[in-house]
Design a protein around this ligand. Structure first.
Ligand SMILES: Cc1cc2nc3c(=O)[nH]c(=O)nc-3n(C[C@H](O)[C@H](O)[C@H](O)COP(=O)(O)OP(=O)(O)OC[C@H]3O[C@@H](n4cnc5c(N)ncnc54)[C@H](O)[C@@H]3O)c2cc1C
Length: 276
């Protein structure tokens, strides 16, 4: 008879520390401990699991901040990402919720440091002021913003070690990325698929499965993170480079749109479910 798997979900638990080893232990803020055959640290940017596996690393401010806002899709922008570029800044808009809303991410270069959290509220006027030179659609979109959050963009090194004993890192805990390729969430999903496949392939040997998982994922994640970091400067070109670069982009978009997009096939057409 099939044995029913029991799953216990404990909400609102704060993890204070993770002890690695063949029988890992997770220490909770309320004093309780839990563990299991395998602990997966999918605990994001400020991961406790990453600390357990790696030396502390120092993130650095990239000199860029981003505002995030949601506005109604009055202009019925299609289900594609729109990028509006200007010197030292760019605005990305893409539809949410069946196209009824638009997500706006507006990045600006600046010297002053800003907090790394996603939820620091800011005055929409600051966002509009930063993009005052933008006209047309971009101006329309920004004029609708009623609430926005400002977040400082930091670079973090990809974690050198993703596993030890029966503890593994996954997602932002292992490789937080700048948003310029829209890949953070996607990388986490890809990790999960590859980790699951590795554990299925070597069910009796968790350390070997985790080693195979890191081998399959680390270089790719590092390459995507690097590509996202490089992409910002292309969007933020200033005169005299901006005019010829934008003409090339316009012409490429008009006459060879497939070729323009194909340069990122290694990211957007990658299918982890088809990997051996
Ligand atoms: C504005 C914005 C736009 C984005 N747009 C995109 C996009 O278009 N495409 C894309 O692919 N990605 C995007 N991302 C990135 C994406 O959101 C992240 O990469 C993704 O959420 C990472 O998933 P994760 O599960 O690794 O970590 P998270 O989503 O950060 O989840 C970590 C979880 O762990 C919990 N946690 C943390 N510490 C503890 C602790 N000590 N104890 C208990 N629980 C803890 C947190 O509460 C959280 O629930 C965007 C991010 C931002 C900020």
């Amino acid at each position: 008879a099939a044995r029913e798997a029991g799953v216990q979900v404990r909400l609102l638990q704060k993890v204070e520390r993770v002890d690695c080893g063949p029988k890992p232990v997770v220490h909770l803020a309320n004093g309780a401990q839990c563990g299991g055959d395998l602990v997966i640290g999918a605990d994001g940017l400020h991961s406790q699991a990453r600390r357990a596996l790696n030396e502390a690393s120092q993130p650095f401010f990239t000199g860029q901040v981003a505002w995030r806002a949601i506005v109604p899709n009055h202009s019925k922008l299609p289900a594609e990402a729109q990028v509006f570029m200007g010197p030292g800044r760019h605005l990305v808009a893409y539809p949410l919720r069946d196209g009824s809303l638009l997500n706006l991410v507006a990045a600006q270069e600046r010297r002053a440091w800003a907090d790394e959290g996603w939820h620091l509220p800011d005055d929409p006027e600051n966002m509009r002021r930063a993009f005052a030179g933008f006209g047309g659609e971009a101006h329309q979109l920004l004029s609708q913003v009623q609430d926005c959050a400002l977040w400082g963009l930091f670079r973090h090194p990809v974690a050198p070690h993703w596993h030890r004993g029966a503890v593994a890192l996954l997602g932002d805990a292992a490789h937080p990325t700048l948003p310029f390729m829209a890949q953070g969430g996607n990388l986490a999903l890809e990790d999960a698929w590859v980790l699951g496949a590795a554990l299925q392939a070597q069910p009796g040997d968790i350390p070997a499965a985790l080693a195979s998982y890191q081998t399959h994922r680390r270089d790719r994640a590092a390459r995507v993170v690097e590509a996202a970091s490089r992409n910002a400067w292309k969007y933020h070109l200033r005169a005299p480079l901006s005019w010829p670069a934008h003409q090339i982009l316009k012409l490429g978009g008009r006459f060879a749109p497939q070729k323009m997009v194909a340069q990122f096939d290694w990211i957007y057409r990658h299918d982890v479910t088809q990997q051996g």
